[in-house]
Design a protein around this ligand. Structure first.
Ligand SMILES: [Fe+2]
Ligand SMILES: [Fe+2]
Length: 201
């Protein structure tokens, strides 16, 4: 059950001293990130990759970046759907935005499933990558501008810190699972990157 400020206020009305004590763990916890900061960092990573994709004109690099962007997005969306959205669905202030979030993930994933198996030379490759970028930017904006401020306002600090740990574990599990079922195209691109890196040494 999410620890919202409202739910805790009810539970701890007679325990203000105890509630104050929980803040002592804050200095230790602040070395980590709360879940909103963690998710924003993830968004920044994808945005940087998309900016690199826009700048490059080399077909091979475009294809590699496209694969990397698709993988990052699939892992991020699945991590949110497994461990973040189900929690936030139970926070009344955020529940409607979570529904929208699922729909937007669905749209992004359907574009990814079209573009991921494509070679860079395919006629629709660039158009799909542009559509992907447009949809991702819109979704990130909604999460960061609308959902996250409400999450920060409604949920307890310690709970948000705890969620980061959970999401990080989920991310590791999702990546492991994805690696086990990865598409041949992804493996080929990764082998090319590794070979390129070896050649540079
Ligand atoms: Fe996100
Ligand atoms: Fe999302």
């Amino acid at each position: 059950m999410p620890t919202t400020k409202k739910s805790r206020a009810k539970r701890t009305s007679k325990k203000s001293a105890t509630a104050r004590k929980t803040t002592t763990s804050r200095s230790a916890a602040s070395r980590n990130m709360n879940v909103v900061t963690f998710l924003k960092k993830e968004h920044d990573t994808v945005e940087r990759l998309m900016a690199r994709f826009e700048k490059t004109t080399a077909p091979r690099q475009q294809e590699q970046l496209s694969q990397r962007i698709c993988t990052e997005l699939l892992v991020h969306a699945e991590m949110e759907e497994k461990s973040f959205y189900p929690e936030m669905e139970r926070v009344p202030e955020v529940a409607d935005l979570v529904k929208e979030g699922y729909e937007e993930h669905h749209k992004v994933e359907s574009i990814i499933h079209q573009v991921q198996p494509m070679e860079q030379s395919a006629p629709r490759f660039m158009a799909l990558m542009q559509e992907l970028e447009k949809n991702v930017k819109h979704h990130v904006e909604e999460e960061e501008q609308e959902m996250f401020p409400k999450v920060q306002k409604a949920c307890e600090h310690d709970y948000l810190m705890e969620l980061t740990k959970i999401l990080k574990k989920t991310k590791t599990a999702v990546k492991r699972e994805m690696k086990a079922t990865e598409m041949p195209g992804e493996r080929r691109v990764r082998e090319d990157v590794a070979a390129g890196e070896l050649a540079k040494r």
